[in-house]
Design a protein around this ligand. Sequence first.
Ligand code: TRP
Length: 327
Amino acid sequence: MKRIFSGIQPTGEVHIGNYIGAIKQWVELTAEYDCIYCVVDYHAITIEYEISELRHKTLDTAIILMACGLSPDNCKLFVQSHVPEHTELAWIFNCVTPIGELERMTQFKDKSRQHRANINMGLMDYPVLQAADILIYKAGFVPVGEDQVQHIELSREVARKFNSRFGDIFPEPQAILSLAPRILGIDGSGKMSKSMNNYIGLLENGDIIWEKLRTAVTDVNRVRRKDPGNPELCNIYTIHRAFSKDEELIEIDKGCRNASIGCIDCKKILYRNMMEELSPIRERAESLKKDTDYVRDVLKNGAASCREMAKKTMDEVRAGLGIYYPV
Ligand code: TRP
């Protein structure tokens, strides 16, 4: 079976944009691929973070992934720092990665601008650790968002450079882009994000979700109830596409264009469909939060079996490099 690797940062609070754009696809891919999914805590320390919160956020992120349908039955799930071979391989990759390539990375440039007081080596090296995450398992496919495509290209280049100098060990991984539409924040402007505080949390309760939906920006040209709207320009309609069935989407599209339904009616339908999908996820997350021993075991076993694979790759790598390593 073809192997997939992907990672998610331990933000602790996953929003519906992450769910629609990534996690839902991660779950679907388990049917056809050998999937390895990772909570990438060592990536999270490249910017300022709250020390006392990191461990909780790591666990909460794993819980959300499990609540959405990932389990030891359909994938391997673990925490990056529990398999230290990732960082070991990253060091070796450092030695084949041109600094100029890293300086060109859009995410590095953006983050350097946002965190002027702490532009550290880890921030610049972030894509190299990401390449190691993927390649230590020789994964050929990486489901990611558009913003990560440049990093996957760098992984390909690292694999090529390593292979040509030290022997053919690594595949050149390809990005799998989600077909899901890009979800804007409820303010209708930027991308949905926690830092912009324009998000709907996956585990938020119904009242809060409704309040956020109720006040969310729709098609800005539809000012009065009797104005016809354009679903293509409406972020609420985009969210509908992720949660509502085709027949209903056609109805809503028509009703919006001829103003036979108003934005609030449309949002009520969305709310109902969203809750139908999200309530069971929230319930599962709540019961997992009460059984963290189970979650810990899942992560521990996931790390143990990934570590076996990672060690095999490192043996090949050391041999290729000519490292003195008595086995
Ligand atoms: N950089 C990714 C993001 O922020 C997270 C990540 C880390 C990742 N390592 C990875 C994604 C390996 C895919 C593969 O979204």
